[in-house]
Write a protein that binds this ligand. Sequence first.
Ligand SMILES: Nc1ncnc2c1ncn2[C@@H]1O[C@H](COP(=O)(O)OP(=O)(O)OP(=O)(O)O)[C@@H](O)[C@H]1O
Ligand SMILES: [Mg+2]
Length: 224
Amino acid sequence: MIELEQVSYGYGDRTLLSDISMKLAPGSFHFLTGPSGAGKTTLIKLCYAELIASQGRVSLFDQDAQRMTRDDVAKARRRIGVVHQDCQFLDHLSVAENVSLPLTVSGRSLENPSELDDLLAWVGLTGQSDAKPPELSGGERQRAALARAVVMSPDVILADEPTGNIDWDMSLRLLKLLVELNKMGKTVLIATHDMNLIRSAKAQIQARVLRISNRQLQLAGADL
Ligand SMILES: Nc1ncnc2c1ncn2[C@@H]1O[C@H](COP(=O)(O)OP(=O)(O)OP(=O)(O)O)[C@@H](O)[C@H]1O
Ligand SMILES: [Mg+2]
């Protein structure tokens, strides 16, 4: 689905990621870890062509990101749901409107309006559907961000610190939703610092743990 081959990237002169290879196969579940500033968010941005590699090749659904037109990128992004680290919303719109925004901007609609209710129920936000984002708690915001990421029925979900700033019970609840998506066949990548979350996931599903260290990507495992 998404593949990086010997990819390097840096902001300005500083190389941040070097010779990174990674393959997100259909239905796989990956964690991405590494210290703050290691480049997790940057790597995720390379995965949806928000950034273009300075060296190497990034393929989105077998297309070379460097050669994709704006249109190609827009089409590929419909198949990729991103939960952004800062999960920003349009504060003047309701939760339901924010969650359905990806549909609105791409001129699509749900086949059945009740699908939006189902989606909000799935993330446990039925009661908050008319609320405005500033009225939500941290955990509710993260769940709204996840609902927005999956509203287009993407094949791949890239979640950047989806459990940052929320308590353990809420983290487990969010993880459960991501595990459910994976069991439905979606490809999932989660960037996180939280080793307990990774352990908890590994008890439920087969997950690979990738770690960025010294600009390189390594497969972590035995130490978890
Ligand atoms: N747009 C940018 N311009 C210049 N430098 C940037 C930019 N975005 C990120 N960086 C730098 O690149 C490095 C990696 O940032 P990135 O956000 O990818 O790290 P991260 O691993 O996601 O960190 P965290 O765990 O804190 O989210 C940091 O040193 C950051 O300051
Ligand atoms: Mg980050």
